[in-house]
Design a protein around this ligand. Structure first.
Ligand code: FUB
Length: 318
């Protein structure tokens, strides 16, 4: 059944089922979940950085703000509220246009004890005042994982791409990845002493098969995993979530196949994270609203095979 917004609890939301294709955020529509586990006062807490589908549904161009959710047991979730919108970006940087706040990510730098929130946002192309608006990857920082983010500006040198993902390797080296329809997956180191600057040139990476968007990188048993969406279309709906593996954080990558089949909405976007010893796949579906551009974030357990490949998420839809 579709639950109307009025029927939902506005802040601390506990829907009856937390798993298996059931959205855990009932008070608003959320998409593009980037899940991270931070240690807060010595205890692991899982945070989800999500974009926000606006009601009434007007498509992705109107997405104009971000919310953050957190939990320490995957059952009780806190909505930390809106942390940033496109007006804030304009006020704080003097650039940026309305809407176009798409899939974000966040990383924690233990050296300066700062959370770096990365988000794709459009700016007006200035040349002759005639060009199309272009995407930039902006950075906002805070000492709090879920509040007080201030926008620093955008990262110079990243081409007009979307869906930033930042992965921090065991040696403390951060890497940034972006993508964009038809543009494949791009990657580069970030400067170790300034996580808002590239260390080198952002380049397309090799080895992917049918890369649409939504890069996400994590490490398991010494191997690097890049998950992303493909361009698949079938009667089950839109894109699939697929993955590739590598011995190096910037590839070359080896395509390994699907880990989540399409589930009806127009886009697929996910993240994979380990929390309290178990692995979880976060994703979004439109099943809760029944409308493709009103998506809801969900999660399921995900497992590895003995050879390190990912098992297809089986619980989906059951
Ligand atoms: O939510 C807006 C865009 O749709 C994201 O940036 C893409 O990954 C797709 O989910």
């Amino acid at each position: 059944p579709i639950i109307t917004r009025q029927e939902r609890n506005p802040l601390f939301v506990n829907l009856p089922s937390q798993m298996h294709n059931s959205p855990f955020v009932g008070n608003l529509y959320t998409a593009d979940p980037s899940a991270h586990v931070w240690k807060i006062n010595g205890k692991e807490r899982l945070y989800v950085y999500a974009s926000h589908d606006m009601e009434p549904s007007q498509g992705c161009d109107h997405m104009d703000r971000y919310h953050i959710f957190s939990t320490d047991d995957l059952k009780t979730w806190t909505d930390h509220g809106e942390i940033l919108n496109s007006d804030d970006v304009k006020k704080q940087t003097g650039i940026g246009i309305d809407g176009f706040m798409w899939a974000p990510d966040c990383a924690y730098n233990p050296k300066d004890k700062t959370y770096y929130f990365y988000f794709p946002h459009k700016i007006q192309k200035k040349e002759n005042g005639t060009g199309q608006d272009i995407w930039r990857i902006f950075v906002a920082t805070s000492k709090d994982p879920a509040a007080d983010f201030k926008v620093k500006g955008f990262i110079e040198g990243i081409p007009s791409t979307i869906d930033p993902c930042v992965f921090v390797d065991d040696d403390g080296q951060p890497y940034i990845y972006t993508s964009g329809a038809g543009k494949g997956g791009w990657g580069c180191k970030l400067k170790k002493d300034d996580w808002s600057k590239l260390d080198g040139e952002m380049k397309p990476m090799s080895g992917f098969v049918d890369f649409h968007e939504a890069p996400w990188v994590f490490k398991y048993k010494g191997k690097y995993y890049m998950t992303h969406s493909d361009n698949h279309r079938s009667n089950l709906g839109g894109n699939q979530l697929v993955y590739a593996m590598s011995d190096n954080p910037l590839g070359p990558w080896k395509h390994c196949g699907v880990y989540m089949h399409p589930h009806g909405e127009e886009t697929a976007h996910g993240s994979i994270v380990q929390f309290k010893g178990k692995w979880y796949a976060f994703y979004h579906t439109a099943n809760y609203s029944g409308t493709g551009s009103l998506r809801s974030v969900c999660f399921d357990a995900i497992d590895f095979n003995p050879d390190g490949t990912l098992q297809v998420v089986r619980n989906w839809g059951t």
